[in-house]
Design a protein around this ligand. Structure first.
Ligand code: CA
Ligand code: CA
Length: 234
């Protein structure tokens, strides 16, 4: 029956087209969702990034936005540029808590209260994400290094320690974690006891993974294609 043959061919072609389309969708579904360096700005919340500190070490709930952005900024330990400041850095006793495009500097406890410098990304997606980047002690002038920590909704999912003097000075990291819409992903610089020579590079690229719904559709298309092939062999 010619009509039936045409129908099978049509189904086969349709399934193949669907497969090609969904395959293309799936391969595109690992976009970079966020980049802490290229998306750095002097506006709180721009590109879902916030700049602040933990007023209580380790406590995500104590995240406090920095109030001052200096578009000129400066350098500390060879790093810097335009930066956020916990307090304006002019004047004696000012905190060292800073964040610039590629990293930051924690504050205290020697000169000011102990504050971790924290940049925060708020997720607009739900599902698995991969976070990767560099953690580096950028100032080898002295001190005891820092901890770089990543916390998702207050739960620590990555810990790295770098020290330009005792090593390692640099760590490359990549972790997989799960977020929901509205999850807060914090990149915290902990001074490891004191803030001497704690200028730190801490970068982050956040990538998504294929949506489960896309994979489900892809699976359906494969089943349909297999069915069409079975029909044409029948
Ligand atoms: Ca150092
Ligand atoms: Ca330190």
């Amino acid at each position: 029956m010619p009509d039936f043959q045409l129908s099978k061919r049509f189904r086969h072609a349709l399934a193949a087209l669907l497969l090609m389309f969904l395959g293309a969708q799936a391969s595109r579904a690992t976009p970079i969702l966020a980049d802490s360096v290229t998306e750095f700005s002097g506006v709180q919340g721009q590109n879902n990034w916030y700049y602040g500190y933990y007023a209580t070490p380790g406590a995500s709930s104590s995240f406090t936005q920095m109030a001052y952005f200096d578009a000129v900024g400066g350098t500390v330990g060879g790093s810097g540029g335009p930066w956020w400041e916990e307090t304006t850095t002019q004047g004696a006793g000012a905190t060292w808590t800073l964040l610039w495009a590629t990293g930051g500097h924690p504050g205290g406890p020697l000169i000011s209260p102990l504050h971790w410098a924290v940049r925060r990304w708020v997720s607009e997606v739900s599902g698995s994400i991969t976070i990767s980047g560099t953690l580096q002690d950028a100032d080898g002038g002295g001190g005891n290094g820092v901890f770089g920590r990543i916390l998702v909704d207050g739960v620590e999912v990555y810990t790295g320690r770098v020290d330009a003097i005792s090593g390692p000075a640099t760590l490359a990291y990549s972790i997989d974690t799960v977020v929901s819409v509205g999850s807060v992903v914090d990149f915290a610089i902990d001074p490891n006891g004191n803030e001497l020579y704690d200028s730190t590079i801490f970068t982050a690229k956040i990538a998504g993974v294929p949506e489960p719904s896309t994979l489900l559709l892809l699976g359906s298309a494969l089943v349909a294609l297999a069915g069409a092939r079975r029909d044409s062999l029948a």
